[in-house]
Ligand binder design. Structure first.
Ligand SMILES: *Cc1c(COP(=O)(O)O)cnc(C)c1O
Length: 394
């Protein structure tokens, strides 16, 4: 008999009753160190007092009033984003896939609105992930996720990640833009060669293309800057999708754009019932105010380096188990020589929650508020799990 909840996930056989900072607790009181952070969502830790306050204060005033009216919180959050990046304007939605959908539509619409309706194709990278809607699945082009859902939405071409020559060769008369994750999250935490993003910017300028970044996972401080592309100068996009960490656990997404890119997005061209609702905006404003406090992103950068050095040590000390360290900032992982799902299960049994990713990677993505003692705790757990694994296979 089918379970009451659609069985579309391969869930771990465990559930949690509450969380506090980087820890999760089951109903019987067992504690887990959470290096999944709800898949890079719970960026400020579980039950963060500032977010609870922001949410509950708003809950007493107004939950929802729709986009038939002005929503003050949207203006506030939009301005906070604009103050810290390339963008001039922001569309709010509820998830990463919706943010990517808005970005794809906007890139196409820009071309149509500027006299090039024939330009509608986007070039994307293999190994990418942009969400589970029909357009975002087609954008990523992952056969496994597309199988059985009919013909994929037309209009996407694929090249390998990090290769500018291939990207340039793919540009055709119908190309509207390029969509790229500055760090590939679900795909296995691949980082591009330096100057790749700047090269994309130059390529897009040369051919009049929209440069779209999917920073749903790499954004909102996870890399040690607000957005991962900001590590490279001269690499700003025209359009950017973000979500995951933006609400610290409250569902919210955003599509950011320059004034130029948004030229076609006039009244009636796009929308969302729930997008930018006052509860989401109250929490997102608080998340952004924490992220923009002096020293916060420096903390992320420092903790990223600390975690990376522990992961490098694990790779050195357990060369039969781990192959390499992957990722950037606090979006890190271990490429495994043993099956990553088995590793995730063993770590969980030992009290450390991690998330699998493509290319046999185990992702370690703690809250951005993580401190060094918890990084050491995670290291010790992984070290002992790997040590026991080696003994068992000898
Ligand atoms: C998670 C993710 C998405 C999809 O976000 P949802 O909120 O699950 O729709 C899109 N792009 C990237 C890079 C992601 O990591």
């Amino acid at each position: 008999m089918i379970p009451s909840v659609l069985p579309s996930y391969a869930r771990a056989p465990i559930s949690f009753e509450r969380g506090e900072g980087p820890y999760l607790y089951t109903a019987d009181g067992k504690r887990y160190l959470d290096f999944t952070a709800g898949v890079a969502v719970v960026s400020l830790g579980h039950a963060n007092p500032r977010l609870i306050k922001a949410l509950t204060e708003q809950a007493h005033k107004l939950w929802h009033c729709s986009n038939l009216f002005e929503v003050e919180g949207q203006k506030r959050v939009a301005q906070m984003l604009i103050d810290h990046c390339f963008a001039d304007t922001v569309f709010f939605c509820n998830s990463g896939a919706e943010a990517c959908e808005a970005a794809i539509k906007m890139a196409r619409k820009y071309q149509a609105a500027t006299g090039h309706p024939e330009k509608y194709r986007l070039i994307a990278c293999t190994g990418s992930f942009h969400g589970r809607t029909l357009a975002t699945l087609a954008a990523a082009g992952n056969e496994k996720y597309l199988a059985g859902f009919g013909p994929p939405l037309e209009g996407f071409d694929h090249v390998s990640f990090g290769n500018l020559n291939e990207m340039r060769a793919k540009v055709c008369a119908e190309t509207a833009g390029v969509i790229v994750e500055p760090v590939q999250g679900e795909g296995g935490l691949a980082t591009p060669p330096s100057n790749y993003l700047r090269g994309l910017r130059q390529l897009c300028d040369e051919f009049g293309l929209m440069l779209v970044y999917d920073e749903v996972q790499s954004g909102m401080g996870r890399s040690g800057k607000l957005f991962a592309h900001q590590w490279e100068s001269g690499a700003e996009p025209d359009i950017l999708a973000t979500a995951k960490g933006l609400g610290g656990g409250f569902p919210v997404g955003a599509c950011l754009a320059t004034e130029k890119a948004a030229v076609g997005m006039t009244a009636g061209t796009h929308g969302s019932t729930f997008g930018g609702n006052p509860l989401a905006m109250a929490v997102a404003a608080e998340v952004l105010s924490v992220l923009s406090e002096p020293g916060f992103l420096d903390h992320v950068d420092a903790m990223g380096k600390a975690l990376r050095s522990r992961l490098d040590r694990l790779v050195t000390d357990h060369s039969e188990i781990f192959e390499a360290t992957r990722g950037a900032g606090l979006l890190l992982g271990l490429k495994c020589l043993v099956p990553n799902l088995d590793m995730v299960a063993k770590l969980r049994d030992a009290g450390l929650l991690a998330a699998a990713a493509g290319e046999n990677v185990v992702r370690l993505i703690p809250p951005l508020t993580i401190e060094e003692p918890q990084i050491d705790e995670a290291y010790r757990i992984a070290d002992s799990v790997a040590g026991r694994w080696e003994l068992a296979t000898r």
